[in-house]
Design a protein around this ligand. Structure first.
Ligand code: F6R
Length: 265
């Protein structure tokens, strides 16, 4: 028996540090692109994927990793922010990945944070994912509160792409990217749980001590709850979780106390 929920279907990898985690994640993405050059790739922002994006850029430069047919869909975007705003996820993605590789602009999809007809726009975003054949590989980070995308803990979770209110804890966590907490948008557009869960493969990354509590909770509770949106991932049939030692710390302590695990190094 494995020591974590979903253990039969989840692959858990623990790397020494952020650099190794990033290399491992980039390798998984690169292999998927090599296998399917027109991969539909779901992408995330925040601190966690930054190392992965750096590694992918290296592979583009040194190993001719070809993004020319890759189609991307980003998880989320702040609401009421223009695409060229330096705090937008559109800006982040171009700065940290897209402008350094040979992806075609028309193959990049990031929710627009400043549209008027938001409901129609969200529907169109989901439709476009479907039209492209669905997401082949979705890269995810996890919030300290267990959010994925901007699906925040709640009594109910939205299934489709939607406009959502950010929780106080997310606003506080993201304030580090802004001049002051007052500047952090309080709403965002995000892919919903079903849009994420419909991805053929999911790659969840967590790095650092500040993620160790949520990772422990996620991997040791044998339950799915809307209070930890990431727990839905445990029901996915093709989930890979990559942690660094800091993020895995509490979980490993629990495992040492007796439960057997299936950690792959
Ligand atoms: C970002 C996103 C968020 C982040 C999460 C973790 O597109 O969807 O769910 O993945 O907030 O953020 P970091 O990596 O900054 O700890």
């Amino acid at each position: 028996m494995s020591g974590f929920p979903g253990g039969d279907i989840m692959r858990l990898i623990i790397e020494d540090d952020f650099k190794k985690l990033s290399k491992r994640a980039a390798k998984i993405i690169a292999n998927a692109i090599i296998k399917k050059p027109d991969l539909v790739l779901g992408l995330a922002t925040g601190s966690t994927p930054l190392g992965t994006y750096k590694e992918l850029i290296k592979m583009y430069n040194k190993e001719n990793l070809d993004f020319s047919q890759v189609v991307t869909f980003n998880l989320d975007e702040y609401y009421n922010i223009s695409q060229d705003d330096k705090n937008s996820y559109n800006y982040y993605m171009h700065e940290n990945l897209f402008k350094h590789i040979n992806i075609k602009e028309e193959n990049i999809n990031i929710p627009k944070g400043n549209v008027k007809e938001i409901k129609d726009y969200c529907k169109e975003y989901d439709k476009k994912i479907k039209k492209c054949g669905g997401i082949d590989l979705q890269l995810l980070g996890i919030g300290n509160n267990g959010h994925i995308g901007f699906n925040e803990p709640d009594k109910e979770l939205n299934l489709r792409t939607h406009l959502t209110k950010l929780t106080k804890s997310t606003i506080e966590a993201n304030a580090r990217f802004f001049n002051s907490i007052k500047e952090v948008p309080d709403r965002a557009i995000t892919m919903g749980l079903s849009s994420i869960m419909n991805s053929k493969k999911i790659l969840l990354l967590a790095s650092g001590k500040n993620k160790t509590n949520i990772i422990e909770e996620l991997l040791t509770k044998d339950k799915a709850t809307t209070e930890i949106p990431a727990s839905a991932l445990l029901m996915h049939s093709n989930l890979t979780v990559i942690l660094d030692e800091d993020a895995a710390c509490n979980y490993k302590k629990r495992m040492k106390k007796g439960e057997k695990d299936e950690i792959i190094n």
